[in-house]
Ligand binder design. Structure first.
Ligand code: FAD
Length: 343
């Protein structure tokens, strides 16, 4: 059990900036995200695209904004728990117990939900017989590449993840069949060229403009896939494992079960404290709703600042909280790890 001041659900830009605002007020945070890298939509959906409306930064990419936020929160040494989904938030004395699907447990005085449009989950494949397959034979994330040594693999998808794994697993797999519903790939040119070379070398078979319609298995073990082309031709592909990379889709997921006042897929908050209907549970960024809400990063940053003051007041109700400037406040400098003679 990790004991902390605040658990932040979501490591998107608003969750990361929440660490900073809490840190300035002397509060410690642990951050949990269901995906394996921080940055939320910025790193998952548009890592290389330019953002022009972050105050003071004329232009930066999604990845650059994430890297800058991580640099900015370094002094506060927040625990990062990536690849874990927060499944349970329940009251405990004056605070909360928070549990993830991987079994991590936190005891916190407050919770901030910075879950954006929800938890990113792999888009599932729909095909007859798919539900018969064991988790071992149908994978959406590769955890142990070595298990595919000497195996026949069917890799489905046409984006960067699909092609990256084709290229990485080709040297160890017996054979790979790549199945894509188009003949154009949403991957970097170099990966497409490398995949085409593997096809030319006979290590990979690429079946384009086609999709898997029926899965054949024996006691949970994959034996073959029926693959149908747009023109109606059908072929059977023998395989031991199928790896599916159809992209990620956000889902509100377990948050819907935490008893909060939900507005469609968002959480109602007030605009003074950004607190939800459950005292002690706050929500910032794209996940929250209030009159006039705009789903913009800078709005989430403002919300994180006010939520931090509200949390500080909740945790230390008898203390007066003054606004202090990072420019001049020795306390802020100490929290930021800046030595007075550095200035
Ligand atoms: C293509 C595109 C371009 C955009 N361009 C701009 C722009 O130019 N300017 C701008 O201001 N905004 C832009 N946006 C919007 C901006 O990205 C969002 O406003 C911002 O990402 C919201 O940040 P967030 O931290 O609230 O949530 P998110 O970035 O969505 O991050 C939320 C994180 O929470 C995690 N999570 C959810 N539920 C759980 C759970 N139960 N357990 C653990 N983790 C969980 C998710 O996995 C996710 O990583 C753009 C969006 C898109 C899609």
């Amino acid at each position: 059990m990790i004991t902390t001041d605040v658990v932040i659900v979501g490591a998107g830009p608003c969750g990361l900036f929440q660490v900073f605002e809490l840190g300035l007020l002397g509060l410690k945070a642990e951050v949990v995200d269901s995906i394996r890298q921080p940055g939320g939509q910025c790193s998952e959906l548009y890592p290389d695209k330019p953002i022009y409306d972050i105050p003071g930064i004329p232009v930066c990419t999604g990845d650059e904004l994430t890297a800058n936020l991580l640099e900015q929160i370094k002094p506060f040494d927040a625990g990062m728990h990536l690849g874990e989904e927060v499944a349970v938030v329940r009251p405990d004395n004056d605070g909360f117990i928070v549990e993830t699907d991987k079994g991590s447990q936190f005891s916190a005085k407050a919770v901030v939900i910075a879950a954006g449009v929800g938890s990113f989950q792999p888009r599932p494949i729909r095909a007859d017989g798919i539900e018969e397959l064991s988790d071992e034979c149908l994978q959406y994330r590769v955890r142990n590449p070595q298990q595919f040594s000497g195996k026949r693999l069917a890799i489905l998808g046409g984006g960067d993840s699909a092609l990256d794994w084709v290229i990485e697993l080709a040297p160890i797999a017996e054979h790979i069949t790549l199945i894509h519903r188009r003949d154009e790939y949403r991957a970097v040119d170099a990966s497409v060229a490398a995949m085409r070379q593997l096809v030319a070398d006979g290590k990979v078979t690429a079946i384009e403009n086609s999709k898997a319609t029926r899965i054949h298995s024996d006691n949970g073990a994959l034996t073959a896939l029926d693959v149908k082309s747009k023109s109606g031709d059908e072929i059977r592909v023998a395989a031991d494992h199928m790896l599916v990379f159809f992209g990620l889709a956000p889902k509100l997921g377990p948050i819907a079960e935490w008893g909060l006042d939900i507005n469609r897929k968002t959480i109602n908050v007030d605009t003074e404290r950004f607190e939800t209907s459950a005292p002690g549970i706050f929500a910032v960024g794209d996940i929250n709703h209030y009159p006039g809400k705009k789903k913009l990063i800078l709005c989430g940053f403002h919300e994180a600042a006010l939520a931090a003051f509200a949390i500080k007041h909740r945790i230390e109700p008898d203390k007066k909280i003054h606004v202090q400037y990072t420019t001049t406040s020795p306390v802020m400098h100490q929290r930021l790890g800046i030595k007075e003679d550095d200035q």
